[in-house]
Every structure is written in C-alpha cells, then in structure tokens.
Design a protein around this ligand. Structure first.
Ligand SMILES: *Cc1c(COP(=O)(O)O)cnc(C)c1O
Length: 260
C-alpha cells in the first residue's frame, strides 16, 4: 500500500493516472521544442482541448495543474463550463477555438475568456455587443458574472494558411484590419493570431507564414503578441516557430470517443 506521501497524482483513479501520463509526455515535448528557442522568454501555454470528453476530465486535469482548457462547440462547452464551475471554486480559463457563428456569441461570452477563431468583421461586432449585453445583465443581477464581466474578452484573429478559407480563417492581408477593429471595440482585447496547419502540407512553412503575419501585426498592435498554433500532430513545429499557446487534445486526453 502507498503511504500518503507516495500516492500518485489522483490516487487510485486510473483515468487521472492516464491523463497525468499524457500531460507529462506533452509537457516534455513542449519543453524540448522550446529548449533552443531564443526569441521568446517563457514557455508556451498548454491549452488542453477537452472536446468530446466529460467535465470530470476537466476537473482531473485541473488537479494536475492545467488552468487552460479549449473547446470547439458552444453547446458542449457551455454545458461543461457550467458543470465544472459548480465543482471547482477556481475554474480554469476557457478558450473557444472552433468556428463560431455570430448567433452563438452571446453564449460564448458567458464562460470564455478567449476566442481564438475570430475571422470576420461581423463576428467582431457580435462579440463586442455580446460582452456589452452580458455586462448589463450582470449589473442587473440577471446573469452570473463569468470572466468577461471584469476582463475584456481576448480575441485572436484566425488566419487561413492554405489560401482558402474553407476551414475558417481570415486572409493574411486582412489580419491587421480585423485586429484593429477588435482593439477598437469596447469589451474586446486584440490578443494576436491563431492558425490550424493546412491539411496535406508540411506544417513548418505554414507556421513560418503565421509568424510573419504576427510580426506584421505587432508593428501596429505591439500588445497583440499571442500566437496560437500547434496541435497533437505538429506542436514541435509550432513551438519552434514562436507559438505562445499550443492547443492539444488527443495526445493529452486520448483518442476522441466515437460521436454518439
Ligand atoms: C480539436 C482541436 C485541437 C486539438 O487537436 P488534437 O489533434 O486533438 O490535438 C486544436 N485546435 C482546434 C481548433 C481543434 O478543433
């Protein structure tokens, strides 16, 4: 029997043990990839993408030190954030990373601190309006505060790196304009850029293009320095090219369960 000082994280819960191993492996990969990077201080932030996995896993990850969680569908994320909020006094920071319809903005601002997938002017407007209305509802005592009551919603401009906007993302030449619109909108903060590597092409050159877009953006908005890039398959390439946030799902949580 293990004494109290020797218990593994999560004690006897096999799922916690599995998550701890996944996290250790991913953290080691990030550290190794960041090792010889000299251009940026600090480690990239690991966002655990928990889509398709239950609130209980978010709570387990929290116990393992994970404070940043990502989701890509509002309906699932909203329910999970409520559940987690009821279980934890100190809930994690929720990052919305999926394609977002404008009519979901009002829901997303109730739980998310970051939206990584802002790719058009109409969505900027919808998010700004949603934060304003949310704050009014909180002031009237009609809504629980959530992160946006006191902090501006951090918005990243999603960049299409494959020359087509099929998977979401703005054209590189539109990024500065969109970020300036974000910065000029009450309730929103321009945080930087995000991208998903194109399918069927090597990720390194794509992340080089993202870095160039980020550098150009920081010439007009120096505070918009976040670069959200890298997933289970390509986090090394992204970290080596200056990613400040990596979004990792399956290599932490395991293969996605079949959608039922
Ligand atoms: C699912 C998802 C991730 C994580 O992908 P994995 O391959 O499971 O690491 C990252 N970013 C976005 C936008 C996602 O939808």
């Amino acid at each position: 029997m293990n004494g109290p000082g020797t218990a593994a994280p999560g004690g006897d819960d096999p799922r916690t043990h599995e998550l701890a191993q996944g996290l250790d492996r991913v953290r080691a990969r990030i550290a190794a990839a960041a090792g010889d990077r000299v251009d940026r201080p600090g480690r990239p932030v690991l966002i655990a993408v928990t889509k398709f996995f239950p609130a209980a896993d978010v709570v387990r990850l929290h116990g393992l030190g994970v404070r940043d969680v990502g989701e890509n569908r509002d309906q699932e994320a909203a329910a999970k954030a409520r559940e987690v909020g009821a279980l934890l006094g100190d809930p994690p920071t929720w990052h919305f990373v999926g394609q977002l319809q404008s009519n979901k903005a009002r829901s997303v601002v109730r739980y998310a601190s970051w939206v990584h997938s802002v790719d058009r002017a109409s969505l900027v407007t919808a998010l700004g309006t949603a934060v304003g209305r949310h704050r009014e509802a909180v002031a009237r005592g009609e809504a629980p505060p959530g992160p946006c009551a006191e902090q501006d919603l951090t918005c990243l401009v999603q960049v299409a790196l494959d020359g087509e906007e099929r998977r979401g993302g703005a054209r590189p030449e539109d990024v500065v304009r969109l970020a300036e619109q974000i910065a000029g909108t009450d309730g929103l903060r321009a945080g930087g850029v995000m991208a998903v590597a194109p399918l069927g092409a090597p990720p390194g050159p794509a992340f080089d293009r993202l870095r160039a877009v980020s550098e150009q953006l920081q010439r007009s908005l120096p505070e918009a320095g976040a670069v959200s890039a890298g997933m289970s398959q390509d986090l090394e390439e992204a970290v080596a090219r200056g990613a400040t946030h990596v979004r990792v799902g399956s290599d932490v949580l395991g293969p996605r369960p079949p959608v039922g």
